[in-house]
Design a protein around this ligand. Structure first.
Ligand code: ADP
Length: 340
């Protein structure tokens, strides 16, 4: 603290000042020298006037060169100062704009989180009552009425999943996604997801293999959030794999991380789209997307969840052949067995 580094323009200005003093000094020396030599010549006519003129010319030339160099340094210092000032001004404007942008994003995320929350309550009532009516609890309904009620129910459920996704996304963006971290075995979590998803996978005549490295230590993560990520990847796998396709979950240890891959032999993703699909609301054009729906938010949220755990989520895919989505979660203990 307290030690100031001279700015370049300050150095230039100082140098210009020194040079000016030097050139003026030289000019004075030339003047005094000329007077002394002229007086000498007056008293001693044998003294050569040419040598006086040459000497004075040299001194005057040196002083004028020094002076013009000093002026150049001064001009440079002024230009530099102007540049630094305009740069500082632009920096200030940029950081003000950034701050405004941050505040606007925060306000937008808070508004979205609040709105989504408020929308969920009436929507749950709509879903709940249509379920009751489909089951004929308040009174018997005929076939057509039941069909209409089922349409209300499925639209309500679709809207609810969209709202839940928006709520999740805004929570992450507002930095309000709390992780409830605990130590658990990934094998058990995968088994429970598998049993939940099995009916859906069987409906599509697809198969699901699970391969977990032997002796894999427990992970340290939020169980519900990792379930959400794996469920999303697995439902995408079934959704974008035609009937009769194969799915696989592969789990290996990578250093201090547990690396989970969800592999399918479905439609695949073109290279140019492989990063785009992680952007909010991105859904690629294909008949399966149109047929099976979705929100285009699942992967965005999944990546945010994994990154909040300090891990990574990425895709490798070959168009027409299939995809492999991989994510990493921290192990509960590092290589030396030290807990996280
Ligand atoms: P959603 O599944 O609700 O559309 P996601 O964010 O989960 O939203 O996925 C975004 C898009 O990425 C999907 O619409 C689809 O086009 C593409 N995608 C995701 N998973 C796969 C997959 N396993 N195979 C092919 N395309 C996929």
């Amino acid at each position: 603290m307290g030690q100031q580094v001279a700015l370049p323009e300050e150095q230039l200005a100082r140098r210009a000042g020194v040079l000016k003093v030097l050139s003026l000094g030289l000019l004075c020396v030339a003047g005094v020298g000329a007077i002394i030599l002229t007086i000498t010549w007056l008293f001693d006519p044998t003294f050569s006037i040419i040598s006086i003129l040459i000497l004075d010319a040299v001194v005057i030339l040196t002083s004028s060169i020094t002076y013009s160099y000093a002026l150049k340094q001064q001009r440079l210092s002024l230009e530099n100062k102007g540049l630094v000032e305009s740069l500082q001004h632009s920096n200030k404007l940029l950081s003000e704009a950034n701050q405004e942008l941050r505040e606007a994003t925060q306000a937008k995320s808070e508004f979205m989180a609040h709105m989504s929350h408020e929308l969920r309550t009436p929507l749950n009532v709509i879903i709940g009552f249509s379920e009751l009516m489909v089951d004929g609890v308040p009174g018997k309904v005929n076939r057509e009425q039941k069909q209409s009620l089922n349409d209300i129910l499925s639209s309500g459920q679709h809207l609810l999943s969209l709202i839940n996704d928006i709520l999740d996304l805004s929570r992450v963006e507002a930095g309000k996604m709390e992780l409830r971290l605990s130590t658990f075995a990934i094998r058990e979590l995968i088994e429970s997801i598998r049993s939940v998803m099995l009916t859906k996978i069987a409906q599509e005549n697809q198969g699901l293999d699970v391969e977990i490295e032997e002796g894999l230590p427990p992970v340290f993560a939020d169980t519900d959030r990792i379930t959400q990520v794996l469920t999303n990847l697995l439902s995408n796998g079934t959704k974008f794999t035609p009937d009769g396709g194969k799915l696989k979950i592969e789990v290996v240890r990578e250093d201090n991380w547990c690396q989970v891959s969800v592999i399918d032999d479905g439609i695949g993703i073109k290279k140019a789209d492989q990063e785009r699909i992680f952007e909010p609301f991105c859904q690629l054009e294909n008949p399966l997307t149109t047929e099976k729906g979705g929100t285009g938010l699942g992967l965005t949220i999944a990546r945010q969840i994994i990154e909040r755990h300090g891990g990574r989520l990425w895709v490798e895919s070959e168009y027409g052949k299939g995809s492999r989505f991989t994510f990493t979660v921290p192990l509960a203990a590092d290589n030396e067995g030290n807990p996280r």
